[in-house]
Design a protein around this ligand. Structure first.
Ligand SMILES: [Zn+2]
Length: 293
């Protein structure tokens, strides 16, 4: 079976071919050109599918809340204008005649973790990705928990600071305003002479700067605050943290150390790990689902 699998984000469309052993090849990355809108974006996806021969399935992991039964975007922010309501599955299947499966990007990453990553064999776990915002996915009783309107798991918008910073969701004080990778970068750049990104912050010279380290540690406390509410809600045995920033072992080690001091004893069995699939988790996860339709 030959699957073409996509990862559609606000900045890039990544895609790769995937074989029946779920090995990815010919990975490609092109700009999303989100400004052109949702319809144009899917037309571009269709063109890419048509450039390849003998494709058996199309798998699409995308930003936005997705009804994966109908393959429709239930809701998306204005990062991709007009994306809400886009009938991705219908558009792609009509144009290519190839069966298509669509899922939200963090849910796709959770599928990847469940079938190929560190969550393999776990019946219940939570997946979180830390980037510009914070995405969440909930895996309960061996499957994704989608909620009544395919939107469950918006864990970046649980409120950790009532009346706090204005969030892109329209609310105030959301978890992602304080604990996303972007929040760290903004916090550090407020005290640093040099402009630093998420990678540079952890270079030895910066990491050992006490002013920067304080900012990093305050940010990790913000991560822990949100995780505590999530652990008390779901009592998961595992939480998988994704997003490039989580490759820094200092973060995951500090989270484990600090959270165990704060949790009630009966919740301390939770294991918190970083993803080892990196940004291929979503493409693999959605490809797995596509292979089953
Ligand atoms: Zn919010």
């Amino acid at each position: 079976m030959k699957i073409i699998t996509f990862d559609i984000g606000g900045t890039f469309i990544k895609y790769a071919l995937c074989d029946e052993n779920f090995k990815l090849s010919r990975s490609t990355k092109i700009p999303t050109d989100a400004k052109q809108g949702g319809r144009k974006l899917i037309e571009k996806v269709i063109e890419i599918v048509k450039e390849h021969e003998h494709i058996d399935r199309v798998a699409i992991s995308t930003a936005g809340q997705v009804d994966s039964t109908t393959g429709v975007i239930v809701y998306a922010t204005d990062t991709i204008p007009g994306y809400t309501g886009t009938k991705i599955k219908e558009m792609v299947e009509t144009a290519t005649s190839v069966p298509t499966y669509v899922e939200n990007d963090v849910n796709s990453a959770a599928l990847g973790e469940a079938y190929f990553g560190k969550a393999k064999g776990y019946n219940d776990f939570i997946c979180l990705t830390y980037g510009t915002g914070i995405g969440g996915a909930i895996w309960l009783n061996g499957d994704l928990y989608k909620g009544s309107f395919c939107s469950a798991g918006e864990l970046g918008h649980i409120i950790t600071h009532s009346g706090g910073k204005k969030c892109t969701c329209g609310g105030n004080g959301c978890y992602e305003c304080y604990a996303s990778a972007r929040a760290l970068v903004e916090g550090v750049n407020g005290v640093s002479d040099e402009i630093l990104d998420g990678v540079k912050i952890f270079e030895e010279k910066n990491f050992n700067n006490p002013v920067i380290r304080t900012k990093i540690d305050e940010w990790i406390d913000e991560i822990v605050t949100g995780l505590i509410s999530i652990v008390y809600t779901f009592n998961p045995s595992l939480i998988v943290l994704g997003g490039g920033i989580m490759n820094e072992n200092y973060i995951v080690d500090s989270i484990n150390e600090r959270i165990n001091k704060k949790l009630m004893q009966s919740f301390r069995n939770v294991k918190i790990v970083n993803s080892n699939l990196g940004n291929t988790a979503g493409m693999l996860g959605v490809a797995y689902k596509a292979s089953k339709i």
